[in-house]
Design a protein around this ligand. Structure first.
Ligand code: BG6
Length: 287
């Protein structure tokens, strides 16, 4: 079905900001947002009367088959490098695949609900985003094969902060984390908030907790709640790695942190034939 048939006047329309790239543009009294069909990628969310929440690199590519740098990449069916020895792109193929619109809806409370589907051979992924004064994103995976299916996933959210040096993240006290900057060593997260003083790349395991990103410059805090997720990944590339990333604008690494709701490493999900699992993350602002 053509995307125009999913448009809702004064709520959601589709455009083509670059050749071969389709985008849903959402604008309501509650919020503005943009979602790219490639990767089911939420690239922008700005609740009405607030500053934008999701970071987007000024050098991000928006081209068929290329990952978008910023917003919320959908990581599936593996996190980071593929671990089973087979070839495949970092963080899986979902973020560079074209997804299809399944439905759009304006809820009775004025939120826009957009559902996208990806159906590779043996599994089906369904991504639903609900755009309003808060942002809810769900990734449902269904195993259509006759065999068990094991996968990793993450909603790799990039959040704007005024200054990464002054930012802290709370909610992960006491978790075991895999430190990807230190030979994958397992460490215990102390009671101190996470602060950013160098490259940070941590997979926190077995945690269902809500995290809060504190921005003392604006006084804004971003709450990242979740269900169906036992891993939280905290990432900032810092200066050197950011400088090596062709799609990252100069100095922009100081203005975002990633707090990703997912299921990775020990928390990979295994689905029985016909089984399904849903990961949901709830983003909201507080002052
Ligand atoms: C994070 C990973 O989730 O994503 C990091 O933990 C990785 O190791 C980062 O560098 C960005 O990945 P990519 O593939 O988008 O450059």
């Amino acid at each position: 079905m053509p995307t125009e048939s999913f448009e809702i006047a004064a709520a959601i329309h589709f455009d083509e900001p670059a050749p071969g790239i389709t985008r849903a543009v959402i604008s309501t009294p509650l919020a503005e947002a943009e979602v790219y069909l490639q990767g089911a990628h939420v690239a922008r969310w700005q609740p009405r009367g607030q500053d934008p929440v999701l970071f987007m690199s000024s050098k991000s590519l928006f081209a068929p088959g290329k990952a978008i740098r910023g917003g919320v990449p959908v990581i599936f069916p593996w996190f980071g490098a593929r671990s089973d020895g087979k070839p495949g792109p970092a963080h899986g193929f979902a973020r560079t695949m074209p997804w299809k619109v399944e439905s759009t809806r304006l809820t009775s409370s004025g939120e826009v609900e957009l559902t996208l589907v990806l159906a590779p051979d043996a599994c089906q992924a369904r991504f639903q985003v609900v755009v309003g004064a808060s942002l809810t994103m769900s990734l449902e995976v269904r195993n259509l094969s006759p065999d068990p299916f094991t996968y990793e996933e993450a909603l790799h959210s990039y959040f704007i902060v005024s200054d990464v040096h002054q930012t802290s993240v709370t909610g992960l006290t006491g978790t075991t984390l895999i430190d990807k900057t230190d030979g994958l060593q397992r460490k215990l997260q102390s009671a101190e908030p996470i602060r950013f003083t160098k490259e940070t790349d941590q997979v926190h395991l077995n945690t269902a907790a809500t995290c809060v990103i504190h921005d003392p410059v604006t006084g804004r805090s971003i709450h990242v709640g979740k269900t169906g997720s036992l891993s939280t990944i905290v990432w900032n590339p810092w200066s050197e790695k950011a400088a090596s990333m062709a799609d990252m604008g100069t100095g922009e690494w100081e203005h975002f942190v990633c707090v990703e709701s997912g299921n990775a490493a020990d928390n990979a999900v295994t689905l029985a034939p016909g089984g399904s699992h849903t990961l949901t993350t709830f983003i909201s602002l507080q002052r």
